[in-house]
Design a protein around this ligand. Structure first.
Ligand SMILES: Cc1ncc(COP(=O)(O)O)c(C=O)c1O
Length: 647
């Protein structure tokens, strides 16, 4: 066996029947996007009749939305005026993502697609009584000395938070008139001719790809007038405006192949706002020093900035104390830290580690390595055909030997929002510790660790508008206190003799050597930035985009969305009949649209759907409906140009 082979303890893929509806882990807010609402309202009013649509309007997910008044300033003149003139409230409420069909409905079919090396990892545990065979699931601060240097607080509220005056005068910040006028914002005619909008008959026949044939749910356009909640303001008090957010990101005004950049690769990494870029510059120009150790002024400034960032991470996650926050390079390093430090101490032969089929490789491989070193077994909770974790199957995997459960709050490949609260509770009932991988969650939804109740949480700064090479591990005090360091060196020690070393308490114990000081400070600035926009606004906007994109992409013949869970964050993963995903990615790139095509470092979940790769568009607060329109138009063009000459 080569050294790259990872011998794993018996890997259990779970089994059983689908579960019923699970309690939503993520209360998806009602849409508030002016253009989405405008489009839907205008289409409805102009067509004047119920029409078939791939989108079904359901009840609001947020109760408060039911009682909020429609606001013209929120909706924009055309909708608010049009709707209220007719005595109607605005039709902009969606409760879930329609099921557009899933490839590989039969899990066994994807089992056949597993390559031999992966099959060899599937050393299935014996079947338990009354359970379907496991194989059925296996398809596959210190003082600031000078008044002059800008302390973090002042920075955050002034320069880094880019006061309006310093950034863009209000008038320039996309007042309705200055923004793209409604007509210019992709009116139907300017977007895609009706004929090109994939009437049902023009869609790829289901039989071609083995999709479910029933689209009954999708064939009904039910109009349920609801009230759109007032769009909130961020901490900085500015109303949410994706066009203003967009202007905060210098790279978004760059051109690619002569076209304006549309960044839909946010799940891989997010772009950085000016506030973060300038904070890094400020650090290197005014504060740069190693931290904690020297008596000079710059050491104090750098230490202040670094520890200030730790406090910002604490606040961002609602952790009880900054001592619960350990800086690491990112999610991957965080999971490895936990697996190696906590895992080596607490996981032994025949113990069990439970993950889910949705996991990123970063939440698979470190556990395989731990299993290999300790003789523990890796067990994998299955997902249903929408890409949601089957909670009852998950619970069935729990037992007295389950030592730790580790799962993503949001799947990077499909966008599924897992029922994290329920999963934490279930795991705790069996005495297991829980690690939640928040890499994809932190930029899409508010995280409250005290409410979530997990034992560990990890995330990467670059996924939430911060720099690369910095992230954080949260651990409860009880656990961190008793966890051994995983690396030794400077910074993490209290005293060293040749005979014995005394370690620092957490978090310093886990931060050996010189850390990524500047980027930690940059992460703090990113958190300030997110808070200035308001996480609720971000979640709502991305939800709107997801609903809009799901409906719009359904107009592209032969396009199939992979991952149709009811609870999803801003990710649309898809395949296009007859096209290789890399060719789709390259064609979109030529239009200036950056998407990810590939396996998204999550091969097991794609193979669960019988696939090796998908195209993934993932959203951020700077994306707009026009970006989605451009994506749809580019895909329609690609499809239309193929003339049957597909690869
Ligand atoms: C869900 C999930 N977990 C872990 C990771 C790994 O993150 P990083 O590469 O920043 O360590 C990613 C990155 O895409 C991810 O999406």
């Amino acid at each position: 066996m080569s050294t790259s082979d990872v011998p794993v303890g018996a890997l259990d893929t779970g089994s059983g029947a689908p579960i019923g509806a699970t309690a939503p882990a993520f209360a998806t807010g009602a849409p508030s996007l002016t253009s989405l609402i405008t489009k839907l309202a205008n289409e409805f009013f102009s067509e004047g009749a119920v029409r078939q649509s791939a989108m079904s309007l359901g009840p609001l997910a947020t109760p408060q939305a039911l009682s909020s008044p429609v606001s013209e300033s929120v909706l924009g003149p055309s909708v608010a005026t049009g709707a209220s003139a007719l005595g109607l409230q605005t039709p902009a409420v969606f409760s879930g993502i329609p099921s557009l069909g899933v490839v590989g409905g039969d899990p066994m079919s994807s089992a056949l697609a597993l390559p031999p090396d992966f099959q060899s990892l599937l050393q299935l545990v014996p079947q338990r009584d009354g359970q379907a065979p496991d194989v059925a699931q296996a398809p596959n601060g210190s003082p600031t000395p000078d008044a002059a240097p800008t302390p973090d607080a002042a920075w955050a509220s002034d320069a880094a938070r880019a006061p309006d005056a310093a950034r863009a005068p209000d008038a320039a910040r996309a007042p309705d008139a200055a923004r793209a006028p409604d007509a210019a914002r992709a009116p139907d005619a300017a977007r895609a001719p009706d004929a090109a909008r994939a009437p049902d008959a023009a869609r790829a026949p289901d039989a071609d790809v083995g999709l479910p044939t029933s689209f009954t749910e999708l064939d009904t356009f039910s109009f349920r007038p609801e009230v759109v909640p007032q769009t909130g303001t961020g901490a900085a008090g500015r109303p949410f405006d994706p066009y203003a957010v967009r202007r905060d990101f210098p790279i978004l005004s760059t051109r690619v192949h002569g076209r304006p950049l549309i960044w839909f690769d946010n799940a891989a990494t997010t772009q950085k706002p000016r506030a973060v870029i300038e904070r890094l510059k400020y650090f290197y120009e005014n504060e740069n020093s190693n931290i904690h150790r020297a008596a000079h002024a710059l050491a104090a400034r750098a230490t202040d900035a670094y520890e200030g960032a730790r406090e910002k991470v604490r606040r961002f996650l609602n952790a009880p104390s900054a001592k619960n926050i350990v800086f690491v390079r990112g999610t991957t390093e965080g999971i490895n830290l936990i697996a190696q430090s906590w895992g080596r101490r607490h996981v032994g032969a025949d113990d069990e580690i439970v993950i889910s089929w949705l996991e990123h490789h970063a939440n698979i491989v470190p556990w395989q390595q731990l299993c290999s070193a300790t003789g523990a077994r890796l067990r994998v909770a299955p997902v249903d055909d929408t890409g949601q974790v089957k909670l009852d199957e998950f619970e069935r995997l729990m037992g007295p030997r389950t030592k730790i459960v580790s799962f993503s709050q949001v799947s990077n490949a499909l966008g599924t929002v897992t029922p994290a609260h329920e999963m934490v509770k279930i795991a705790h009932r069996y005495g297991a510790k829980v690690l939640v991988d928040g890499a994809q969650a932190v930029s899409h939804m508010g995280v409250d660790l005290q409410a979530l109740g997990c034992d560990f949480y990890v995330f990467s700064g670059h996924k939430v508008f911060g720099p690369t090479g910095i992230g954080a591990v949260y651990g409860t005090s009880e656990i961190l206190e008793h966890m051994p360091p995983w690396q030794g060196g400077g910074n993490m020690i209290a005293d060293v003799t040749f005979e014995k070393t005394k370690y620092q308490d957490a978090p310093a114990r886990f931060e050996a050597g010189t850390g990524n000081i500047a980027d930690a400070v940059g992460l703090g600035a990113a958190i300030d930035y997110v808070e200035s926009i308001g996480m609720e606004n971000i979640s709502r906007h991305e939800h709107d985009l997801l609903v809009y994109a799901t409906a719009e992409l359904a107009r592209v013949p032969g396009l199939h969305v992979i991952g149709t869970a009811r609870e999803k964050a801003g990710v649309v993963s898809f395949i296009l009949d007859g096209f290789r995903t890399e060719d789709v990615g390259a064609a979109l790139d030529r239009e200036g649209i950056a998407v990810r095509s590939g396996h998204h470092c999550a091969q097991p979940i794609l193979r669960r759907f019988g696939l090796e790769s998908t195209v993934r568009a993932s959203f951020a607060p700077y994306n707009t409906c026009e970006d989605v329109d451009a994506l749809t138009a580019a895909l329609l063009k690609l499809e239309g140009n193929s003339g049957g000459q597909r690869s």
